[in-house]
Design a protein around this ligand. Structure first.
Ligand code: GLY
Length: 578
């Protein structure tokens, strides 16, 4: 009898242990979210299935992650025209399997004719419509995408795949077309007023008013012809060939700023990757002219002084803490950040752990600060001076994490005549009126004022996180203006502090705070009324409507080396691995 009781006791303990372990286990993998896509060798996570498949094919043919990233980027310019581009710019972060890492800056550049007050009228007010920094010919910076891809290809490509073979899938998609999704059909309709203002945009994207419907084939022959020239001549064709001439001629005819000389003078630049850590995990990210890396590291540094893990990811305490850290980091962004080739950006001081400690000292765990009273910090002086993201990991373990953009969806809405190339409105990422908000309500300072040849400050945050032994753990990035920084930062916290896998980390509801406007933004269905009530009692104010805080893609490597791909449930896309 006693033995039977003992057995029952033991089996009860076992069952309880299993239940408990599976509960803990369920929390750890966050089973409420889909599992990431698995690939034993390689993975591409991008915002369009066709682009991800193209990247995977390139790697199957012996290309590395850099080759694949270029082919994906070119394909997205065709199948994801609202953000994928050759008329914009961005940042590519590469980490090779040997541990070396590289940051490529192919951000757009202000044309030579641009000047500090170009976007304000004689009364000092922001110009609206044509002539503004957000729409039309003057809104575009000199595009950098092809120069960036060319640099990546020549320096970091495998050498096994020809340039022409990287361009071919995109060219063929533009020439032969692809089935238009409901999402793209709806988006084109939503942007018909802007696109309809410019003849080539109207013809190509709106079929001269006979709007495309879901399921129709969408062909872009002008873009196919441009890509064919770039395929044959090389990326330089965009900067000094027929494409350059077409862009410059259309600019001249429409009071735009970009000249043939601007295009000829554009250069992609290599920057030193920004490095930091969170709770001992090394982080590699993008330096200025993106603010993304600095702001993210500042927030993470401030959070290190708090027991975030015990707060749980969706508690009021944790949202409050993240919002307060972001409020402070964005105040610094406004004051200190800009193109480092033009302004003194005190990067090392801003990402120092001690500086974060002093910034975090004013955080009251139960009281929201007032942004009017939170200025920028005091840093050591004298120091030297709608976007899309995709991530690729190849069989050798090289990772590429790339964010590029034409800024607003469909950029400036201008398609340069005869090229099929949608141009960016990246000039709005400058401070058109230093100290006054831009289209994201973001305040920026003199260091980010318009100057010829300068690159506008970005929020793009392609990021790589390593395990403590230095091996690749995960890489990610996001689209969504300044909210990119919030999305990437909170995804990193979700993995490190809350043990989420990459899909759960990216999908979990998040918040955004950018100092001004002094509002905490939360997501639709993203916060319980109880949590909101607590945050309100702390004194937080909210944006008028909940809104999505960017959308991310990422890849995690598990301990067996399996590549786990994740696309944000907030947006389209597909991870493709093999
Ligand atoms: N255009 C958005 C960014 O660069 O942050």
């Amino acid at each position: 009898m006693k033995i039977l009781q003992l057995r029952r006791f033991v089996s009860t303990i076992l069952v309880l242990a299993i239940v408990f372990t599976s509960f803990v286990g369920t929390q750890r993998v966050s089973a409420a979210w889909p599992e990431p896509v698995r690939g034993r060798h390689a993975m591409v996570a991008s915002q369009h299935e066709l682009a991800s498949r193209i990247g995977a094919e390139i790697m199957k043919k012996g290309g590395n992650a850099v080759d694949a990233a270029i082919a994906v980027g070119l394909a997205l310019a065709v199948v994801y025209p609202e953000a994928g581009n050759i008329g914009g710019g961005g940042f590519m972060l590469i980490r090779k399997a040997d541990g070396s890492s590289y940051a490529l800056d192919y951000r757009e550049m202000a044309p030579a004719a641009a000047s500090r007050d170009i976007f304000v009228d004689k009364d000092g007010k922001l110009i609206n419509g044509e002539g503004s920094s957000t729409i039309g010919y003057r809104a575009s910076g000199v595009p950098g995408t092809l120069a960036g891809f060319d640099l990546a290809f020549k320096k970091y490509g495998s050498g096994k795949i020809r340039w022409r073979d990287l361009v071919e899938p995109a060219r063929a998609l533009a020439q032969n077309g692809y089935v238009l999704s409901n999402r793209l059909a709806q988006l084109l309709k939503a942007y018909k007023d802007n696109l309809g203002k410019y003849a080539d945009s109207k013809r190509i994207f709106l079929r001269d008013g006979d709007l495309y419907k879901e399921g129709e084939i969408f062909r872009q022959p002008d873009l196919a012809a441009t890509l064919a020239r770039i395929q044959t001549v090389g990326a330089s064709e965009f900067y000094n060939g027929k494409t350059a001439q077409l862009i410059a001629a259309d600019m001249k005819a429409n009071n735009g700023l970009i000249t043939l000389d601007d295009l000829k003078n554009y250069k992609a630049k290599e920057r030193k990757p920004l490095t930091g850590s969170y709770r001992g995990y090394p982080i590699i990210t993008m330096p200025p002219p993106s603010s993304g890396g600095i702001v993210m590291l500042q927030v993470l540094n401030m959070l290190e002084g708090f027991d975030v893990r015990s707060m749980q990811y969706n508690s009021a305490a944790r949202y409050h803490l993240v919002a307060e850290a972001m409020r402070r980091a964005f105040a610094d962004r406004a004051e200190f950040m800009g193109d480092p080739d033009f302004a003194n950006v005190p990067t090392a001081s801003l990402i120092a752990k001690d500086y974060a400690k002093s910034r975090a000292a004013s955080i009251d765990p139960k009281r929201a600060s007032d942004s009017k009273e939170i200025g920028h910090g005091v840093v050591a002086s004298g120091e030297p001076m709608e976007t899309t993201h995709y991530t690729v990991v190849d069989p050798q373990g090289t990772v590429v994490t790339n964010t590029y953009t034409i800024n607003d969806l469909y950029g400036s809405a201008v398609t340069a005549k005869g090229t099929g190339v949608l141009l960016n409105d990246e000039m709005d990422d400058f401070a058109a009126r230093p100290g006054k908000p831009n289209m994201f309500g973001l305040i920026q300072g003199e260091r980010n004022s318009v100057q010829p040849g300068k690159r506008p400050l970005s929020s793009m945050t392609p990021t790589i996180v390593l395990r403590k032994d230095g091996s690749l753990w995960f890489a990610l990035g996001a689209r969504g203006g300044p909210r990119i920084i919030s999305a990437v930062t909170q995804s990193v916290i979700n993995v490190i502090d809350h043990d989420m896998n990459i899909q759960a980390a990216i999908d979990a509801p998040r918040i955004h705070h950018q100092w001004f406007p002094d509002e905490l933004m939360y997501e639709p269905f993203g916060m319980s009324p109880d949590t909101l009530a607590v945050l309100t009692s702390y004194g937080h104010k909210y944006s008028a409507r909940p809104g999505y805080v960017a959308s991310a893609t990422g890849i995690m490597i598990d301990t067996e080396g399996v590549r786990l791909g994740a696309i944000d449930s907030r947006s389209d896309g597909m991870a493709v691995g093999y």
